[in-house]
Design a protein around this ligand. Structure first.
Ligand code: BGC
Length: 458
């Protein structure tokens, strides 16, 4: 066990003790945090170090039904997946869909210990892409606070739910976009420049962390992109800094951040076994290969662990834990390499050995060849609280052609298999599956492919 790991665990135990002490003091001061949950007396415990440890995680019946209705789907339909609050109306639900309270009540019925929510409705959402543009315009920060975050926080604070550990993953893709897709960079978009200039991503996240973090049984995890995005020197420290800025905006503090999540709804392989960042071929480093392209990381696990350290040195608590979304990064099936590529040159070596079969690591929409990854599990590696399926497998990343809708969703050519790319994917083909529905809608063909290419196998 590495030194870093020992330090990490010691700090985490320390924090748990402090939190336990705080609860005892609060109780002694007359603040009661006990509740009568599902007919019993489940008390709100102090936040634990790793909320996933020993926890039964809520299975979203809406996703589960869709998965089970697919041929072969019952093999995974019992797995926990994230509940995406992707618009204001998702809080109340209705029209046949479950709202937030319905999910939490069902979690109590399931006798689950932990529920996974995705907070995803920032003003000017998805500024570097179109597929998941949302309902709020770039300036609608007040609506975000009042009509989205406040109602969610009120529901989560209901004493009825005090016995649940509520994991909130906060605003996927937003802060990394402020670093990599702004300013003079060739990857910049006008929309990301607007969101950087008006500060509404940073303010929105600070506000969300503060309001949600005020609920004692909420565990905030901030989105941290993935290695094929933040793993370059230009992006790594700068991203940690923006995350710190957001975590301390609008009266929030780093104490509202329990950890970070990487690879949400992305496809980056968890571990590449057949090539390592320090390998050289014919005197050239793996970092010089086209695929790695000077990145410092070859896979998600090494990135998540290193980025955790970076975040701590930027001012986050030493006890923070990482989540990694492994819903679609399995890359199994017949195309999965069983050994390293030929040592003829560094490109042949990396391309022949890599599990991640994407055309380019910047490809993100409905990737052809992808499979389900590691099943959700607690504490799988040092510094990692859990592998999770935050993106529900089978839900589209975006439509492969223009589809009129009232969800604010645009048509992003990265979801069109005939598209030849842009600066953000090095002008490569998109690698997307054809005939995809709008983001978030059920995409049976993709689900089938994910089952077929699952790794570990089902
Ligand atoms: C969509 C959301 C959806 C989520 C989960 C996102 O890409 O924009 O509407 O809830 O994926 O599938």
């Amino acid at each position: 066990m590495s030194r870093t790991h020992r330090t990490h665990r010691t700090h985490r135990r320390h924090r748990t003790l402090l939190l336990a002490l705080a609860t005892v003091l609060a109780a002694a001061g007359g603040t009661t945090v006990a509740s009568a949950g599902d007919g019993g007396t489940r008390a709100a415990a102090a936040r634990v170090d790793n909320p996933y440890a020993g926890a039964k995680v809520y299975v979203n019946p809406e996703w589960s039904r869709k998965a089970a209705a697919e041929p072969g789907g019952t093999a995974v339909a019992h797995q926990p997946t994230g509940v995406w609050l992707d618009r204001i109306a998702a809080i109340a639900g209705g029209n046949g869909t479950m709202g937030l309270r319905a999910h939490l009540d069902t979690a109590l019925q399931q006798r689950a210990d932990l529920v996974q929510l995705v907070i995803y409705n920032l003003p000017g959402r998805d500024c570097a892409a179109l597929a998941s543009n949302g309902e709020l315009g770039p300036t609608e920060i007040d609506r975000y606070k009042r009509d989205y975050i406040d109602p969610i926080a009120r529901i989560l604070a209901d004493p009825k739910y005090a016995g649940l550990r509520i994991v909130t993953t906060v605003e996927i893709d937003s802060l990394p976009n402020l670093v990599t897709n702004t300013g003079g960079r060739p990857t910049a978009t006008p929309q990301c420049d607007v969101m950087k200039a008006n500060g509404n991503y940073v303010k929105g996240i600070g506000y969300a962390l503060k309001q949600l973090g005020a609920v004692p049984n909420v565990y905030n995890y901030v989105d941290a992109g993935h290695h094929g995005w933040i793993g370059w020197d230009d992006n790594f420290a700068a991203s940690a800094q923006v995350m710190h800025q957001a975590a301390t905006a609008e009266g929030s503090t780093v104490d509202n951040v329990h950890g970070f999540i990487t690879n949400t709804a992305n496809y980056s392989a968890l571990k590449e076994d057949h090539f390592r960042i320090d390998d050289t071929v014919g005197g050239r480093s793996v970092r010089q290969s086209k695929w790695v392209d000077w990145n410092r990381y070859t896979d998600e696990l090494s990135f998540a662990q290193a980025f955790r350290n970076q975040l701590v040195s930027t001012g986050f608590r030493p006890g923070i834990g990482m989540l990694i979304d492994t819903s679609r990064n399995g890359w199994g099936g017949t195309a999965r390499p069983t050994g390293p590529g030929p040592a003829t040159d560094v490109d042949a070596y990396v391309n022949g050995g890599r599990y991640d079969r994407r055309i380019h690591i910047g490809n993100w929409c409905n990737q052809s060849g992808a499979g389900l990854g590691e099943r959700p599990q607690a504490a799988p590696a040092a510094g990692v609280d859990a592998y999770v399926w935050m993106k529900p497998p089978g839900e589209s990343d975006g439509a492969s052609r223009e589809i009129p809708n009232n969800e604010g969703k645009g048509f992003d050519r990265m979801c069109d298999p005939t598209y030849t790319g842009n600066p953000r994917n090095g002008h490569n083909m998109s690698g997307a599956l054809p005939n995809a529905p709008l983001s978030g809608h059920w995409f049976s063909a993709q689900f089938q492919e994910l089952l077929k290419n699952a790794h570990p196998r089902l």
